[in-house]
Design a protein around this ligand. Structure first.
Ligand code: 5RP
Length: 226
């Protein structure tokens, strides 16, 4: 079945990520793998190289299941000292490769794997590149009993937190999506949200941005480095 135009751009970015890393992979390499529809294209393309690297570490149950179905070995992060590359999508990126992530509710594990990785390669179609982060509602993962308290604190920061009903993260927590919240100073905002008791993580990847953005466009995949 033919891909939609947007899916074709996602698939192109994912293929470019495999091309970028494949020459560096060896039998000790561990690849960090994110979550989402763009990453699904990456997983499918990575499966062709599965004899060329040791294993993957996954940021979600969904990605783990997809990789195992392809016969890719998935390790627990606690059994791994180093991750060469972390490949993941984004909901938005600015020109500094600071990101909003977590549309798929996997933000906490994504942030942990990104923290461990030597290089974070973000793959996306060009609709994700923005001047100022915040049109996409910023996800915040919260401990369930702290949800209302954290929501009041997020209102005080200027956003409109909306409870993502029916969603429980892989860590057993809830998600608040911050609407109407433009983020001109991402590092400062990330720190402020991290400081609220009961917040597990925000989907703002500003203190640990991507190192490389592979952006699928109708004129080919563009590479941006932070
Ligand atoms: C999941 C994420 C995804 O990377 C983000 O939502 C982008 O997803 P997609 O590739 O489907 O557009 O952060 O938590």
């Amino acid at each position: 079945m033919a891909l939609s135009a947007q899916d074709q751009l996602k698939s192109d970015a994912a293929a470019a990520a495999v091309s970028l890393i494949q020459a560096q992979l060896d039998h000790d390499s561990v690849v960090g793998v994110g979550t989402g529809s763009t990453v699904n294209f990456f997983i499918d393309a990575l499966a062709d190289k599965k004899g060329h690297f040791r294993a993957a570490v996954s940021s979600s149950e969904a990605s783990t299941e997809r990789m195992r179905a392809h016969g890719i070995t998935v390790l627990d992060l606690n059994d791994v000292n180093e991750i060469d590359y972390y490949i993941d999508g984004a909901d938005e990126s600015n020109e500094h490769l600071q990101l909003i992530k977590g549309g798929g509710a996997a933000l906490t594990r994504e942030k942990i794997v990104a923290a461990v990785a030597r290089e974070f390669i973000c793959i996306a179609d060009d609709s994700k590149l923005v001047k100022v982060l915040g049109d996409f509602p910023l996800p915040v993962e919260v401990i369930p009993m702290a949800r209302s308290y954290v929501a009041r604190k997020l209102v005080a920061l200027g956003g409109v937190p909306v409870y993502r009903e029916g969603v429980v993260t892989d860590n057993g927590n809830h998600i608040l999506d911050m609407q109407n919240f433009k983020i001109p100073n991402p590092i400062e905002t990330e720190r402020s949200i991290n400081n609220i008791t009961g917040v597990v993580t925000s989907g703002l990847f500003a203190m640990r941005p991507a190192n490389v953005l592979l952006l699928g466009t109708k004129n080919g995949v563009k590479t941006q480095r932070a």
